[in-house]
Design a protein around this ligand. Sequence first.
Ligand code: FAD
Ligand code: NAD
Length: 478
Amino acid sequence: MSSHFDVIIIGSGPAGYVCAIRCAQLGLSTAVVEQNNNAKGQPELGGTCLNVGCIPSKALLDSSQRYADAAGHLAEHGIGVKDISLDIAAMMARKEKIVGQLTGGVSGLLKHNGVTVISGAARLGANRQVEVAGDDGVANVYSAENVVLAAGSEPIEIPPAPTDGERIVDSTGALSFDAVPERLGVIGAGVIGLELGSVWARLGADVIMLEAMDAFLPNMDVEIAKESEKIFRRQGLDIRLGARVTGAEVTAECVTVSYAFEGEEKSEVFDKLIVAVGRRPRTDKLFSADSGVSVDERGFVFVNDHCATEAPGVWAIGDIVRGLMLAHKGSEEGVMVAERIHGKAAQLNYEVVPSIIYTHPEVAAVGKTEQALRSEGVDIKVGTFPFMAIGRAQAAGETEGMVKLISDAESDQILGAHVVGPSAADLVQQIVIAMEMAASTEDLQLMVFGHPTMSEAVHEAALAVDGRAVHMANRAKR
Ligand code: FAD
Ligand code: NAD
């Protein structure tokens, strides 16, 4: 194997492997280094996303929603289901099979594109030298014209509740319980807490969520966050805001969590405790002091708008750099960097990266919130439309939530979309396209939306911006 490449990418997650494929498509000799091995002793490709993130969590979200439907919601459709049983081992086996298929797919794609996969933990040194410590303890040194750092992130631990992999687990542990915990504690009511808390709640666990902040989903549009909170509470998630965890005592049978809440010292006994308080960039041992790369006080690699680090020919993408920790954001950074290495002036429009919480219903957003825009002094128009008034939502029995669209008061250009409700992720994706084309709400008003579809809520919200929604009494025209 050659030891010199046009591009070496460190990390095979959605940022790294997508960057590798694009580099190879552009004719660059490309290698990816991956430190993790799978059960067969081969490099475990796909990173957090495919192995312990997006994909396995969505597999469990879909399985658990089917169980919840069978156990409750089908009755209102006139469908009786008897003797429902739950086979957690089968559910987990299905999840693992999906992960295996997708990671195998990445392996096949890298091979097809002629990307070299190197196994081992990589460390960037000076002048784009990459030292890889193999499983056999032998270190090999490679070099490249360009090095792309894509080492991803790992869960943050908190001192009062250190994970032990048994009673107290992080998101990875919470994807692999072998039985439904009767009493489940979740520290952190963020994205992971809500998704994995929902999985186990649907399967029968009593879930208590201890969230340090006083506000629920503080980065979301306030109206959508409030509506989501109501929906999740109705579903049975016991969300305690402003709860400060002070300790966790593990015994053979349970874990007792103490916390300060509403001015009192409280405690709760759980069978399992998930700690989901955020993730941090995996940059501790990624490069040497003379590599020319530097990080901020939280460990994120400094990059410019195009993901170039301060070291010539060294780039960084995905969870290790500023911005949202999302698979699709990292992948598109990977494509941008590949194009730039190849000499094109590629850019990424960070203003239109969608974010989604895959609860039921989903919560999704793109662009700025009403509160952020108003605090910036932007004059805006707002239109909201409830799913309750959408025929398709009624037919599906999925009437909770709303679509909210925000546009500039003068130009009418769409500045944000915020949705909680059925198919929220796909509806927001429509607005991603609209925003990328600099569309106005008038453009959406003039388009024909199929009937009956959930998309009609987008059309009606666009009409509502000008006080002319058809299927509801409009708020005063603005
Ligand atoms: P990673 O996916 O973390 O990949 C980095 C890779 O680099 C890893 O394979 C690692 O082993 C390897 N590596 C690290 N250091 C070295 C080294 N020194 N040498 C060699 N290899 C190294 N995002 C979404 O967009 N949608 C979702 O639905 C979603 N769900 C999630 C659910 C969960 C439970 C979690 C935990 C995360 C979820 N995310 C989701 C976030 C998403 O997984 C991450 O944003 C994404 O994986 C980041 O991609 P990345 O390539 O930057 O890093
Ligand atoms: P998060 O930032 O979404 O939520 C963490 C929550 O924990 C916050 O609400 C925070 O206030 C709270 N918190 C922090 N310290 C606490 C403490 N000591 N006690 C109680 N609460 C505390 O982080 P996450 O849920 O761990 O997810 C990590 C990242 O993974 C996310 O930022 C997201 O980018 C990514 N992710 C995305 C998806 C998706 O796109 N659907 C799914 C899962 C994860």
